[in-house]
Design a protein around this ligand. Structure first.
Ligand code: COA
Length: 538
C-alpha cells in the first residue's frame, strides 16, 4: 500500500484558525456530554440514595470490566427537548465488555423523571436493540422506570416504531439466539413488565425492584386492593410464586454481580472472519484533523488528509485514482481491520458513482467492511449531466449501498445533503453505526437553496396569474424563516437529539471509535449472507 503524504502546512494561519474553531466545537461537545452524564437535580439524587439505589454511572462501572472501552450510544438523544432535562432520552446505553464479552447495555436513569419513557426514549431503545440484533451482541437491560411518560402517552404507544415494538424485537432477538439478561432495579410497570418477562434471565432486586401490569395506583381503584409495590410485584412474589423472575438479589451491587455471572455462562461468540493484521498508529497525530477541516463547508479540501490520520500506518491502496476523482475509494487497515473506504472529494458525478458501485461490489464479495466518510452536497445537477444519466448512475450507487451485506460504518465529517446522504450510506441505508462530527450539517438542501426554490416557485405562480414578482420584503419573509430553520435543524446537535445518528464524535477520537465499532460488528458472522444487488439500470 502507498503511504499517504500530507501536504498540510501545520504552521500556516489557515491551519491555526481551523484548529481553534474545531477545538472550540470539541470543548462545547465535552461540556454537553458532561451535562448529560451529571446534570441531575439534588432532589432526584437524594431520593435515589434514600431508596438504597446506585446512580446509573455507578451501576455501569460495576457491570463493565475495569479498564475496558465503553462505546456510548446516543448520549445526547433528546438534548434540548421536552423540558431540556431528559438527558440521553432518559437512559445510558452503549457497547461494553462484561466478563471479556462484548455486550450491549441499556440502563434507565431513575433520576430523570422516575426513569419514565419519552418518545425519544422509545426510539433509543429500538436503536439499541437494532445494534444488538445486527451485530449479534447479548443485551443487558437495567430496568428502573415508571413506564410511559404519561403526558405524552399517545406519542409512544401503538405505531410500528412505538413502545410495543420493543417487546416484538425481544421475541425476534430470542429467536435469533441473542441472549437477553434483565436486572429489575426499580419499577417495570405495564408494558415495561414485558422487558423482564421476554428476557432469558431475570435478576430481581429485593425491596426496590417490582414487576406488575398495573401498579398500586391503578390496582386500588380497579380492584379495591390496597397493596404495596413489593407485595404486588416484588422479588419474593416473582422469584417464589409467579416464576417471572429467576434470581433474587439483595441490592444493586448483588444484582450486577449475578448479571456478570450469567454473562460468564454464555457460549462464546462465533466471530466473523474479517481479514486483518496487527494494528499500527497513523504517521500523523489525530489532533491535526482539527486544523485540516475548514471552518466553512464550502471550502474544499483533500479527504486523503483525513485518511492519513485515521488509517494504520497512513497506508492506503487507492482504487481507480484517476477515474471519478470526486470520490476517493480504496483499501486500508484500521486498528488492524481491512476496510474499504469511500470519502467525498467534491460533488458526485456519474464516474464517481460508477466507481463507488464497482468498489462496493468488490468489498461485498470479499467480505470487507465499508467505511463512508461523508462530506457531500449531492449529485451534480444540470442539463448536461441529466443527459449523461446522472440519475441512473446515482441509482446504481444507491442500490449497491442499500444491498451490500458487509458491515457499513458512516461518519458525517462535513455536509450531508440530498441524495448524497443516501449514496454515502446515510441512516436510512442501515449502516451498523453512524456518527457526526460537530461541524457537520445535514438536510435535503442548504437553507439558501431551499429559500431560492420556494421563491422561484412563488414567482412562477405569480407570472402564470399575470402578476409582478414578489417584492423584496415578501422575499425576505419567505427566506428568513427558512434560513433560520435550516440553521437550527441542520446542525449536529439537532441530528443527535433526534437520534438521526449514534452520537457526535470528537474528530480526534474517530479512529478509536471506528476500531471499537468494527470489533463489535465482528460478532455477527458473515456466512449465510444472501449477496447480490437489485437490477442496475444501464
Ligand atoms: N409519567 C409521567 N411522570 C411520571 C411518571 C409517569 N408515568 N412516573 C413518575 N413521574 C414523575 C413524577 O411526577 C416526578 O416528577 P417531578 O420530579 O417533576 O415531581 C418524577 O417522575 C419522579 O417521581 P417520584 O414519584 O417523585 O419518584 P420516586 O423515585 O419516588 O418513584 C416511580 C418513581 C416511577 C416509582 C413512581 O413515580 C411511580 O410509581 N410512577 C408511576 C408508575 C406507573 O404506574 N406508570 C404507569 C405508566 S405505563
Amino acid at each position: 500500500m502507498n503511504v499517504l503524504e500530507s501536504r498540510i502546512d501545520t504552521s500556516g494561519a489557515t491551519y491555526r484558525e481551523n484548529f481553534a474553531a474545531m477545538k472550540a466545537l470539541v470543548e462545547e461537545l465535552e461540556r454537553e456530554l458532561r451535562t448529560a452524564r451529571e446534570g441531575r437535580s439534588e432532589k432526584a439524587r437524594q431520593r435515589n440514595a434514600e431508596l438504597g439505589k446506585l446512580p446509573v454511572q455507578e451501576r455501569l462501572e460495576l457491570l463493565l470490566d475495569p479498564d475496558t472501552p465503553w462505546l456510548e450510544i446516543a448520549p445526547l438523544a433528546a438534548r434540548g427537548m421536552y423540558d431540556g432535562g431528559v438527558h440521553g432520552a432518559g437512559s445510558r446505553s452503549g457497547i461494553g465488555v462484561v466478563r471479556g464479552r462484548e455486550v450491549v447495555v441499556h440502563a434507565n436513569d431513575p433520576m430523570i423523571k422516575g426513569g419514565t419513557i419519552y418518545p425519544l426514549g422509545v426510539k433509543k431503545s429500538l436503536r439499541v436493540q437494532a445494534i444488538a440484533m445486527e451485530n449479534r451482541l447479548p443485551m443487558i437491560t437495567l430496568v428502573d422506570s415508571g413506564g410511559a411518560f404519561l403526558p405524552l402517552q399517545s406519542e409512544i404507544f401503538p405505531d410500528i416504531d412505538d413502545g410495543g415494538r420493543i417487546f416484538y424485537n425481544q421475541a425476534q432477538m430470542s429467536k435469533l439466539d441473542i441472549p437477553q439478561i434483565t436486572a429489575v432495579m426499580g419499577l417495570c410497570t405495564a408494558g415495561g413488565a414485558y422487558i423482564p418477562a421476554m428476557s432469558d434471565h431475570v435478576v430481581h432486586v429485593r425491596g426496590t425492584g417490582a414487576i406488575f401490569l398495573g401498579g398500586p395506583p391503578l390496582v386500588r381503584p380497579a380492584t379495591g386492593e390496597d397493596v404495596s409495590a413489593e407485595e404486588l410485584g416484588g422479588a419474593d412474589v416473582h422469584c417464589r410464586e409467579s416464576g417471572v423472575s429467576d434470581y433474587p438479589a439483595d441490592d444493586d451491587a448483588d444484582a450486577i454481580r449475578i448479571v456478570r455471572d450469567i454473562v460468564g455462562t454464555l457460549p462464546a461468540a462465533r466471530k466473523a472472519d474479517f481479514p486483518g493484521r496487527p494494528p499500527r498508529e497513523p504517521l500523523y497525530p489525530a489532533e491535526q484533523l482539527y486544523g485540516i477541516v475548514p471552518r466553512s463547508l464550502q471550502t474544499a479540501y483533500d479527504v486523503r488528509e483525513l485518511l492519513a490520520r485515521l488509517v494504520d500506518g497512513s497506508e492506503f491502496l487507492e482504487f481507480k485514482e484517476l477515474y471519478g476523482p470526486t470520490l476517493v475509494c480504496g483499501w486500508a487497515y484500521l486498528h488492524g481491520f481491512l476496510v474499504g473506504i469511500l470519502g467525498n472529494n467534491g460533488v458526485l458525478l456519474s464516474q464517481s458513482a460508477l466507481k463507488a458501485t464497482q468498489f462496493i461490489q468488490l468489498c461485498d464479495r470479499q467480505g470487507i467492511p465499508l467505511v463512508f466518510l461523508q462530506n457531500i452536497t449531492g449529485y451534480i445537477i444540470g442539463r448536461e449531466y441529466e443527459r449523461g444519466g446522472i440519475t441512473k448512475d446515482g441509482h446504481k450507487m444507491v442500490n449497491a449501498v442499500a444491498t451490500a451485506t458487509v458491515p457499513k460504518l458512516t461518519v458525517i465529517v462535513g455536509a450531508s445533503f440530498g441524495a448524497g446522504n443516501y449514496g454515502m450510506c446515510g441512516r436510512a441505508y442501515s449502516p451498523r453505526f453512524l456518527w457526526m462530527w460537530p461541524n457537520a450539517r445535514i438536510g435535503v438542501m442548504g437553507g439558501e437553496q431551499a429559500a431560492t426554490v420556494l421563491i422561484s416557485v412563488k414567482n412562477e405562480q405569480l407570472a402564470r396569474e399575470g402578476q409582478p414578482p414578489l417584492p423584496a420584503e415578501a422575499v425576505e419573509m419567505i427566506r428568513g424563516p427558512i434560513l433560520a430553520a435550516a440553521d437550527q435543524e441542520g446542525g449536529a446537535y439537532h441530528s443527535t437529539a433526534n437520534l438521526w445518528d449514534d452520537g457526535i464524535l470528537d474528530p480526534a477520537k474517530t479512529r478509536d471509535v471506528l476500531g471499537l465499532a468494527l470489533a463489535a460488528t465482528r460478532n455477527a458472522p458473515l456466512d449465510g449472507r444472501r449477496q447480490g444487488h437489485g437490477t442496475f439500470r444501464m
